[in-house]
Design a protein around this ligand. Sequence first.
Ligand code: CUA
Length: 287
Amino acid sequence: MNSLALINEFLGQPPNASAHGYQIDHILEFCHWFMGALFVGWSTFFIFVLIRFRKRRQPAADHVGVRSPISTHLEFSVVMIEAVLLLGFAIPLWAKRVNQFPPGKEALVVHVVAQQFSFNYHLAGPDGQFGRRDALLVTNSNPLGLDPNDPAGKDDIVTTGELHVPVNRPVIAELSSKDVIHDYFVPAMRIAGDAIPGSLIPIWFTPLKTGTYEVICAQLCGLGHYGMKGTLVVDTPQDYQAWLKERAELSGGAQGAAPSPAPGGPQQPQPQQSKQPAPAASPSPGG
Ligand code: CUA
């Protein structure tokens, strides 16, 4: 625990806030110590070779070189060990940790739709059903193209920039993109996944600590990439319910009408690509 915290600080990582994160920290720490040991070992060997085969001691080059088969055996052993690590450990661990999702009822499922240069969130609302989305229905005020005629979507919640989740409950985030490849990265949760146009990529994590955490885009996705940030707020269950209620009121029940840029405005650091001046963006106190 203490040594993990130390290496985190040394590497400039924010403190871990998710259930699986300590394992990531552990493997990161192990890799750093292991690479350190390799560095010392190979450097020692390099210096030994420089001295042992210096020109003064070896005036004429040896054109035959090594005759013993030991280096062949060593190379073969390395290949075998790496094959065991990959097939015996890495792939099964990936299947267990990454591909085994918590049951859908237990988890909070959220659609994360990336675009240049913000993250949109789509929650199912009280009925637990996601409304139909259609790319043809996408407009500035309907960033996800929700179908206003689908009853399942009437209570859906759409936000941009900021997502709230309850603490101690698994979150399944289904990543997709409207334009180019982005990467949804929450450093404090030790989780990241690419958002790729035409793909739905689920990732999951369980937040353990309430607080406000930074979300960043981790793929160079265009000129505004540097500003593609968001916020993940981990709430107590009560605070989460309060946020849901507030979002539901803001969207006025029907998504088509209201998720205007106004509520999410401050979280959108980049101006959208619309050519006409957006009326909602005026800094008037009434807006
Ligand atoms: Cu999106 Cu970088």
